[in-house]
Design a protein. Structure first.
Length: 326
C-alpha cells in the first residue's frame, strides 16, 4: 500500500482515537491492523471470505423475517426416551460418548440489529451433531437505539433461568455473536451468571470496544466504544469466574476495528482464543471452522488443561489459552 493509502488510514484512525482520548502511537498501531485486514482480503482465502460474506448477507436478508418469530423452546430435544437405536449414527455417538454435553442446553445470542436468523446454519449443524436442546433467543430490534448492555444481560439471565427450569438442566452453554457475546459476558462476569453458564463462546465480540461504534451516537453504541464506562467495568479485577471462555476473532472483521479488540485478556477469566484470518464479521457464525470450535469447546468444557483446541484448516490459528487462575 502506498503513502497515500497509509495517510488516509492514519488520518481516519487519528481522528477517531483522538476523540476517544487515545494517543497517536495507538492510532498508528490501529492503522497497521487495518492494513493487515486489507491485505488479508486480497489473498485467495480472503477473497473467498469476502464472497462468503456477500453470499451470507444475501441469504440472511431472506431469512431475517423468519428469524423475527420467537423460537419455541423444545425442552426434550431429540431425546424423548432413553433409547438411542433410532438416532442417526452421529447423534447416537455423541449420546454415548458425551451424554452430559449432548443434554446441556445451548443458548445462542445474536448481535446488534439482528435476530436468531444469524444462527440458522449453526443451530441446524449443532442439532445434526446430536445436541438435544439448541435455543436461539431474540431481543428487541430497537436495542441499537435504546438498548443497554447491563439491562440486556439481566434479561438474558432471566431467560437462562427459564431454560434451566423447563429442561431440568443445572447449566447451559452460550454462544454469542458480536454484541450477543458482550451481553453474555456481562451476565457471566458481573451478574453471577457463571453459576449457570458452563462455557461461553464469543464470535467477533468487541471485548475492548470498536471504533465503528462512533458511527452511530446512541446510548448503546457509546457503551461499545473503546474505553467506555461499561468496558472499563468489565476490565476491572473480579472474583474468579467459573465459566470457560472461548473467543473466536478474525483478522478480516470489518465491524470490530481494530480487529484485536475482539480478543479477551482478563486476570480472572479462563480464556481460550482462536484466530481466523479470512472470515467477515457477519459470516463468522456460518464458518465451518467456527462450528468446529463450538462443538469441541462444548464437548471438552470440563477439561481445563492448557492445550489449545485446534480449529482445523490452515487459515485458523489457535493462539492458546490464558488462565487467570494460575
Amino acid at each position: 500500500m502506498g503513502d497515500t493509502g497509509r495517510s488516509w488510514i492514519t488520518r481516519l484512525t487519528d481522528a477517531a482515537l483522538d476523540r476517544a482520548g487515545w494517543g497517536v502511537h495507538t492510532a498508528r498501531d490501529v492503522a497497521e491492523e487495518v492494513k493487515v485486514a486489507l491485505r488479508a482480503m486480497v489473498t485467495p482465502g480472503g477473497m473467498r471470505g469476502v464472497a462468503m460474506e456477500a453470499a451470507w448477507l444475501t441469504a440472511h436478508a431472506v431469512l431475517y423475517p423468519w428469524g423475527a418469530i420467537t423460537e419455541q423452546l423444545r425442552p426434550e430435544g431429540q431425546y424423548r426416551h432413553y433409547r438411542t437405536d433410532g438416532l442417526p449414527p452421529r447423534q447416537r455417538g455423541l449420546m454415548v460418548s458425551a451424554m452430559d454435553a449432548a443434554g446441556t442446553p445451548i443458548v445462542l445470542v445474536h448481535g446488534i440489529g439482528d435476530n436468531r436468523s444469524a444462527f440458522a446454519v449453526l443451530s441446524g449443524a449443532l442439532r445434526r451433531r446430536g445436541f438435544g436442546v439448541v435455543h436461539a433467543i431474540n431481543y428487541s430490534v430497537l436495542t441499537a437505539l435504546t438498548g443497554d448492555v447491563r439491562r440486556s444481560a439481566a434479561l438474558l439471565g432471566a431467560h437462562i433461568e427459564r431454560i434451566c427450569e423447563q429442561t431440568g438442566s443445572e447449566q447451559v452453554h452460550v454462544v454469542g455473536h458480536s454484541l450477543g457475546g458482550l451481553i453474555a459476558r456481562y451476565y457471566v462476569q458481573r451478574l453471577h451468571g457463571d453459576s449457570r453458564v458452563r462455557s461461553l463462546v464469543t464470535l467477533g465480540t468487541p471485548h475492548s470496544g470498536t471504533l465503528a461504534a462512533y458511527l452511530l451516537p446512541t446510548p448503546l453504541t457509546r457503551q461499545l466504544r473503546p474505553g467506555s464506562e461499561l468496558l472499563t467495568e468489565l476490565a476491572e479485577p473480579c472474583r474468579p469466574c467459573r465459566t470457560r471462555f472461548v473467543v473466536v476473532w478474525s483478522e478480516m472483521d470489518q465491524i470490530i476495528v481494530p480487529q484485536r479488540n475482539a480478543r479477551l485478556e482478563h486476570s480472572s477469566l479462563v480464556v481460550e482464543e482462536h484466530q481466523i484470518r479470512d472470515s467477515g464479521h457477519l459470516s463468522l457464525p456460518v464458518d465451518t471452522r467456527t462450528l468446529h470450535v463450538v462443538v469441541t469447546a462444548i464437548t471438552r468444557s470440563d477439561d481445563l488443561s492448557t492445550h489449545p483446541i485446534a480449529a482445523g484448516g490452515e487459515a485458523c490459528r489457535p493462539s492458546g489459552i490464558t488462565d487467570g487462575h494460575s
